[in-house]
Design a protein around this ligand. Structure first.
Ligand code: DAH
Length: 341
């Protein structure tokens, strides 16, 4: 553009500019149109400068004309800008839209271990009978694990090949070998009559093989009341078996434990008639010496107790053949039993 002010040229810039404004599809494109006309080398900017070169008398009219054109440009520009920004905002919101009705991405849930499943079923059985749940320490004093349970000092279970001893030896601390260690704790800490079950880990220095593990779980049951007898014991064990295995037929065989007299092994007929007898628990009437350890008069009170191996329950219940599967902790293994009962 030459330095001469040309109203006709300005009019045609305005018309062209308005067309370009209408055609601009984004803020960016609009901005490009603006700088084409009003940037430092813009067509309007140059026209504005050329007004300065006019004769004094011509400037006013030229200035007014320029102002009119600029106003028209600006208003077309602002109108378009508003529209474009509205559309841009709409497109942005559209892009951010979340469909709340779509199914969410599920997190993998993990599965409860069969030992946990079996423990929970046993616990719920006892709480449904109104028994309390107890627990004791895994690092236990030998007094609770052996002495108070009427184990003679030379009993083989106390030996190092069966029991993990803590150092120093004088501490007389062991990793408890049985949840029977909770019996005297329960009797000392809870009022009579007492009906309590306690589930926990026990430890024995056995190597891991298909049937044994140096760490496993037991459930201990203990009832102390006036007039309890073997038939009460048998009743509770029968209900437990039917709750866990839907099998009601059980039998008691004579056995020996230092802390019960008489002592039994409890078997259950698995698979009903024509099935096979499997051993499920050790049990018996609490030995008078054990009651005495807890300051209970055996002339007034009697008790029964039993111990169930949780891994054994889980293996029988879920048809697990090898202890390794239970201790390895592969989640894919647990997942097979995740539905519980
Ligand atoms: N504590 C025994 C064990 O680990 C199991 C047991 C047997 C518990 C007889 C009892 C019981 O309470 O009366 O082999």
């Amino acid at each position: 553009m030459n330095a001469v002010f040309d109203p006709q040229a300005l009019s045609s810039f305005l018309e062209e500019g308005k067309k370009e404004i209408e055609a601009a599809g984004s803020s960016q494109e609009l901005e490009a149109v603006r700088s084409k006309y009003f940037g430092s080398q813009g067509l309007f900017s140059l026209a504005s400068k050329s007004i300065g070169a006019l004769q004094k008398g011509e400037r006013k009219e030229a200035g007014e004309f320029f102002g009119k054109c600029k106003k028209e440009f600006d208003s077309a520009f602002l109108k378009r800008k508003e529209r474009v920004e509205e559309e841009e905002e709409k497109a942005k919101l559209e892009g951010e839209k979340v469909d709340m009705t779509l199914p969410f991405t599920r997190f993998p849930m993990g599965s409860l271990h069969p030992v946990t499943l079996a423990s929970r079923q046993i616990e719920s059985f006892f709480t449904s009978l109104g028994w309390s749940l107890g627990e004791g320490p895994e690092v236990e004093h030998a007094w609770y694990n052996f002495d108070a349970l009427n184990f003679p000092p030379d009993h083989p279970a106390r030996q190092m090949q069966d029991t993990f001893y803590m150092l120093p030896e004088e501490s007389r601390l062991v990793l408890r070998t049985q949840t029977s260690s909770t019996q005297v704790r329960e009797m000392l800490s809870k009022p009579l009559p007492l009906y309590a079950a306690s589930i926990g880990r026990v430890f024995r220095s056995d190597p891991l093989d298909a049937f044994h593990s140096p760490v496993f779980h037991q459930c201990e049951g203990l009832a102390v009341d006036r007039g309890l007898s073997v038939s009460d014991l048998k009743g509770v064990l029968g209900s437990l078996a039917s709750r866990l295995f839907k099998e009601a037929e059980i039998r008691l065989r004579p056995s020996y434990f230092p802390f019960t007299e008489p002592s039994f092994e409890m078997d259950m007929l698995l698979g009903g008639k024509g099935g096979k007898w499997v051993e499920l628990a050790g049990a018996g009437m609490v030995h008078p010496n054990v009651l005495k350890s807890a300051g209970i008069d055996p002339e007034k009170y009697t008790g029964f107790a039993f111990g169930v191996g949780i891994e054994r329950v889980a293996m029988l219940k879920y048809g697990i053949k090898d202890m390794h599967d239970l201790v390895e902790g592969d989640e894919r293994f647990s997942r097979q039993f995740a539905m519980g009962e």
